[in-house]
Ligand binder design. Sequence first.
Ligand code: ASP
Length: 594
Amino acid sequence: MADHPEPPATPTDGLGAATSMRTDRCGTLGPDDVGRTVSLCGWVDRRREHGEHLAFIDLRDHTGVIQCVVDGAHDLRSEYVVKMTGTVRRRPEGTVNPDLATGEVELADVTVEVLATAEPPPFPLDERTEVDEVLRLAHRYVDLRKARMQRNLRTRAVVNDAIRRSMQAQGFVEIETPMLIASTPEGARDFVVPSRKEPGSFYALPQSPQLFKQLCMVGGIDRYYQIARCLRDEDLRADRQFEFMQLDAEASFVSADDVHRFISAAVAEAVEAVTGERPAAFPVMTWHEAMERFGSDKPDVRFGMELVELTEVFADTAFNAFRAECIKGIRVPGGASLGRNRLDDLTDRVKAWGGKGLVWMRVGADRELASPVAKFLSDAELAATAERLEADEGDLLLLVADRRRTVQHLLGRLRLELGRPPVTEGGLHFLWVVDFPLFEDVGPDGRPVPAHHPFTMPHPDDLDLLDASGEELLAVRSQSYDLVLNGWELGSGSVRIHRRDIQERIFALLGIGEEEARAKFGFLLDAFRYGAPPHAGFAFGIDRLVALLVGEENIREVIAFPKTQSGADPLTGAPTPIDPAHLAELGLRLAPPR
Ligand code: ASP
């Protein structure tokens, strides 16, 4: 776990500790409680013998541990669930433990009641031991007892609560949309559920509530939100699970700026609730600028190494490899010390990522550039390169010449590879990236490939460009935007198309015929015939936000019951086969395994 942001303490509820079984919680007792008789309930954390008849038992609940001095006649083993009643007293001189919140006191004259015995835990519950992931998840209920998991899940609850408060305060109405639906247009693979009543037909589990929230706008809800479960059948990674939670929102009669304001407020509220500090206003950057400067549509702005334009420098170059649409470079501070093997490795990577090659230059004294290609370049070209990149002795310069998008893509990846700090370090840097292109690419059939779902409104200044064709269409901007945090895409959204004429043009451009449009989203198009307000929305991943707030690199650490990398749940055994009778009832027959 990284050291930034300051790991928040485990949020506790303060009030209401007392129940019919206990008076206090373990981790909250201190010198003020000396002399009180208290009852505590929890798990036996550690046991240390002290002579024949005395044992020190650390009793643990979710708030922490306290040392209890117990008559050794009891058979108390690790993870037994016990109730201890005794008197809080100061620890004797020289035995105070400054590392423990309760380290100044202990519980004495203890009577013990065993509430449940326990088998030895499948792995140690300290934070230091690395435990195999499958073993951890198979016994997640034991794993959850760790202070780290307690902190993560409780922080998550604090984030959810702050988001709800903020959205309610901004006039958003919490609405639950269905889980069994027809497909949504997010572009990932659906999880499907077979229908028993209509064998051969399937429900899809929602990839997002997208179409329903738009229907809510047609329904006059005005401002909708939901902390929504979304399901996408995609390969899992550190920042992706099959199921994830997002703050999903939509509002009517708003612009993109209004949406940014609403969402920024909710995120700021959540950050403040966890860290105690409200983040500064989130900067806004166009997609174009992000690509030019960082080579990424989710730029990690925590560090420099920006992409520097060099195309002009080589406009009349004699070096063939630099006669390209675009040349850019990055400066790796102190990188001249990278050995030849590493440089060859970087070159190989660039080729594997689709580049033609990589030019490297080591910066010596007086900005002298040492490079295998230096002999092909003029002194003026070398001097201008060093100057534009603000090269210093000991730096490494990396240059790529290619099509502009390719240069951005390759240098963007190199920049991350060589300069990126761990995602949890260096504070929280939020950024709105706006004006994404409407189309991601143009396919071999000349049809543009949409960058987002087909209801994304084009930029009002670019409507005329929709008449263009081929590559020119890539210049059309959309009114869509992403929220980025430390180089992680936290979420995205857009102003939606609510006008039939524009929607028809977009469908035509994408080659979505009337029949297909009807089949896929007929109900939405129908709804739009009955008076659709202009509307826009957004969604961001709560798992990712919480992970970064508690300093975790993997979202599994902030999810109570996550899946493994391969999508399995070692705890319940899911996914599991179902019995033949059930299959028959659903009208399904299994094909032999592939
Ligand atoms: N439905 C989109 C998503 O889940 C977000 C949005 O456009 O509101 O990514």
